[in-house]
Design a protein around this ligand. Structure first.
Ligand SMILES: [Zn+2]
Ligand SMILES: [Zn+2]
Length: 351
């Protein structure tokens, strides 16, 4: 029984292994949880989705690595999303391990724990209304009468509070290893990559290895939406942050990238260039859509997605409109688009 799951462990050499921890009902399939050996015991990079089957896979994977959940020394979290941080609390309970996270994502965790889901629904309803979403899309977020249609898959309403802060540029407390935090905001405001500043075990050319979380993946682009924060009205530019973070990672020139999904790969600078080109093309394409003013919702309906808009499910439409808005903010910041004065809901037009 466990034997099948043990094939989920890959040895990357140099005291680094990964465990493929499944994400139930998700096309991504799994999170790669990395196990880094240190003089004080194994340290995990991310933990995986909070689900009994995922927990069993993680536990059996650690056994296959010659250790156990109880033996874990620390947990380093790339970002707060539930496919990365979901099992952290259970790991800490079983082991006494510390959990480290960047302050910006730790703030989201704290807010999520303190706020009732109702406040979040009310906030999202107001946001969607301002984006020009139709009433039929907003209605499920309002009131109790329609609660049957409320999205039921909002996971992680009580994520684990971290014990330690990941400080950008600093080495993490991993005895016998050199693991440095690189702040890469964009996918989330506190996303970090972790640079293992050690010679590559197979001597691949480049500088060490990079645990890239969701920031740099081999075959997909991470979702870049808005940093939704009911307590902060600052107009942020997550796509701009993401593009800056990509360049930062390209300059590191790691010999190998160990991402949190899909598979490891070499030549990070080439992948970074691909993604920068992709986003530049997408921004240019969007400009041709807003030659007449559009709300973020109308823009999302007209943008290219992995399937026609009519087939995009409810939750993904909410994500799509936040992605459309992130692109509009970037274009406004670049001076290539502007909000039409007096429009309500606000529309944007190319300049
Ligand atoms: Zn993520
Ligand atoms: Zn992820």
């Amino acid at each position: 029984m466990g034997g099948k799951r043990m094939t989920q462990v890959t040895d990357h050499g140099g005291g680094v292994r990964s465990i493929k921890v499944p994400i139930p009902d998700n096309p991504l399939g799994h999170t790669l949880v990395y196990v880094v050996d240190t003089d004080a015991g194994p340290v995990l990079i991310d933990t995986g989705w909070d689900d009994p089957g995922s927990w069993d896979t993680l536990a059996e994977g650690l056994t296959a690595c010659g250790t156990s959940v109880a033996g874990v020394h620390g947990v380093v979290i790339t970002h707060h999303h539930p496919d990365h941080h979901g099992l952290s609390g259970k790991v800490r309970e079983a082991s006494g391990a510390w959990i480290a996270m960047h302050a910006a994502d730790a703030a989201i965790v704290r807010r999520t724990r303190e706020n009732r889901p109702e406040r979040w629904f009310a906030y999202m309803a107001a946001k969607l209304e301002a984006s020009g979403a139709p009433e039929e899309h907003i209605a499920p977020l309002r009131g109790t009468r329609t609660s049957a249609r409320r999205p039921s898959t909002l996971p992680g309403f009580s994520p684990a509070l971290p014990d330690r802060e990941i400080v950008p540029g600093e080495l993490l407390p991993l005895p016998g290893r050199r693991l440095r935090a690189v702040w890469t905001p964009g996918h989330t405001p506190g996303h970090v990559c972790l640079h293992l500043e050690e010679t590559h075990p197979a001597r691949l050319p480049g500088r060490g290895r990079l645990f890239s979380g969701d920031h740099l993946l081999p075959r997909i682009t991470p979702h870049i939406g808005l940093y939704e924060d009911p307590d902060d009205a600052t107009v942020t530019d997550p796509l701009g942050d993401y593009l800056d973070s990509l360049e930062r990672i390209g300059r590191l020139e790691p010999a190998e990238v160990l991402p949190a999904h899909q598979h490891p790969f070499a030549d990070a600078p080439a992948r970074v260039r691909e993604l920068l080109d992709h986003h530049e093309e997408r921004l240019t394409g969007l400009l041709s859509l807003i030659t007449t003013p559009l709300t973020p919702w109308q823009l999302a309906e007209r943008m290219e997605w992995n399937r026609p808009w009519e087939q995009i499910p409810y939750g993904s439409r909410t994500i799509a409109v936040s992605e459309a808005e992130a692109h509009l903010r970037r274009l406004v910041k670049l001076g290539r688009a502007e909000a039409v004065p007096g429009s309500e809901p606000v529309t944007y037009v190319a300049v």
